[in-house]
Unconditional design. Structure first.
Lengths: 222, 245
């Protein structure tokens, strides 16, 4: 890595860092979305038996939305190392992203579910549809177009927050910029490359979100 | 034995009584119209009957069988026998007219998809909307949406159909087509319980008219009896107020 930004080894180094940033964001947010959806649905159930779970979900969401991501990273680092000392730093950072994303996405999915007009649900109910069928055929199809824009915006925003994982020693994009500078690149070139790469991943993520939105929002609204 | 027998039914929200020990019955094939001032509990009665608002007392029997509103199984069997059409249609916005009609029969009655579709197309033809099977609700006029909603309720093959002010949200020009649909439905012999402010229509179509006020039945009888020779002061004043405008 001596001076040539476009040397194969520098490019490979940047590509690996880019991969780690993408990995943390996409995997963490995807798992977070799935769990978040589960928690959002759980929080809207009414069965008395599920009350302790609802309470736990509420506590989790309210807590993790209020802790800075850096603190979550450090908490996960220390708790994971106590149980699974072999887990890679990237794995630890991904867990931290998942935990934070789950809390935020629970709220985003929940707002989407709440946006479906009550009479739509009553109609399903009087036709004898089960809670699951109502969710699957009536509520979720109508909630997607409300859920997706903020969920995608959250993910695009979180790409940037994963830079904090550099504090753990994960060589993601921001850390890669620092390493390049240490190796003798001018800060303008090193971080310039990082800037371009951040922009390059944010852009397609936004595009995918827009695409999904237009496809899934084919469900019509009044 | 009456098909629908409501005995001493009560309901309310947050300490407020809406239905106050109401009793009412309907024979098979009856068209029972509920009339009365706003807030008299007409719509609440329909919501209680279909299980959207829990009763606080009394019993409802269909074909002699008491409905248990407190448990899921009771509600499930109820909704195989009774269906409701709302003022605001409430069609599922995310699916075609055909899917609106087939979803519940397929998912809850276990009807085969092809059979449900064939039946849905028949029902759409009956309400004059055979060509709208592939349309989405927001592509239809209010009157068309309401006719689809009626067809959707009928797709469940209910014995009793509840109609809650089904023309109140429509353009004046669209009221006629929906009333025409209900009129032809009445001739099929289905039992109907309807809340309506279309007094001329109520008078024409009903086998029984029920005057309600403050969550109770004030008076009931044939349309002629209620409209021409009411016996209760409350019915008389209601009729006079209606006739005046």
């Amino acid at each position: 890595m001596n001076g040539d930004l476009f040397s194969p080894e520098t490019l490979a180094f940047l590509a690996a860092a880019l991969g780690r940033t993408l990995w943390m964001t996409v995997l963490g947010c995807t798992i977070g979305f799935v769990i978040g959806m589960g928690l959002a649905i759980l929080r809207r159930t009414r069965a008395p038996l599920l009350a302790p779970l609802r309470w736990a979900a509420a506590l989790y969401v309210e807590t993790f939305r209020r802790i800075p991501f850096l603190v979550i990273l450090i908490l996960v680092l220390f708790s994971v190392q106590a149980f699974a000392p072999d887990l890679s730093l990237l794995g630890i950072a991904t867990i931290a992203v998942t935990l934070a994303a789950t809390a935020y996405l629970t709220e985003i999915v929940g707002a989407g579910l709440d946006a479906v007009p009550r009479p739509q649900i009553e109609s399903a109910e009087v036709l004898g549809l089960s809670a699951f069928d109502t969710l699957r055929h009536v509520v979720l199809p109508q909630a997607w177009s409300v859920i997706l824009p903020p969920a995608a915006a959250f993910m695009v925003m979180f790409v940037k927050d994963t830079a904090l994982a550099s504090h753990l020693g994960v060589v993601e994009l921001a850390f890669a910029g620092k390493i390049l500078v240490n190796k003798g690149f001018s800060p303008l070139v090193g971080f310039g490359a990082v800037l371009v790469l951040y922009a390059l991943i944010s852009w397609p993520l936004s595009r995918i979100a827009t695409y999904l939105e237009s496809r899934l929002a084919a469900s019509r609204h009044r | 034995m009456p098909l629908l027998d409501i005995d001493n039914l009560s309901a309310g929200y947050g300490g407020k009584t809406i239905l106050d020990g109401l009793s009412l019955s309907a024979e098979r094939g009856d068209v029972v119209s509920l009339i009365g001032p706003s807030g008299s509990g007409k719509s609440t009665l329909l919501r209680v009957l279909i299980g959207l608002t829990p009763p606080t007392g009394g019993t409802v029997r269909i074909g002699g069988e008491a409905i248990s509103y407190a448990d899921k199984a009771g509600l499930k069997s109820l909704r195989r026998r009774m269906s409701i059409v709302f003022q605001q249609f409430n069609l599922f916005q995310n699916m075609s007219v055909l899917d609106n009609l087939t979803l519940a029969p397929v998912r809850t009655l276990g009807v085969a998809r092809a059979e449900a579709e064939a039946r849905a197309r028949d029902l759409l033809a009956n309400v004059g909307l055979a060509d709208k099977a592939g349309s989405y609700p927001d592509q239809l006029s209010g009157g068309q949406q309401q006719r689809v909603a009626i067809a959707r309720a009928l797709a469940m093959q209910p014995e009793i159909l509840l109609l809650d002010e089904v023309t109140s949200a429509l353009d004046p020009e669209r009221v006629g087509e929906v009333l025409e649909t209900i009129r032809s439905l009445a001739s099929t012999g289905i039992t109907m319980l309807l809340v309506s402010h279309e007094m001329a229509f109520v008078r024409e179509i009903s086998t029984k008219v029920v005057m309600m006020d403050a969550g109770r039945v004030v008076e009931q009888g044939s349309p002629a009896a209620i409209f021409k020779t009411p016996t209760q002061a409350r019915t008389k004043s209601f009729m006079q107020a209606i006739i005046r405008h």
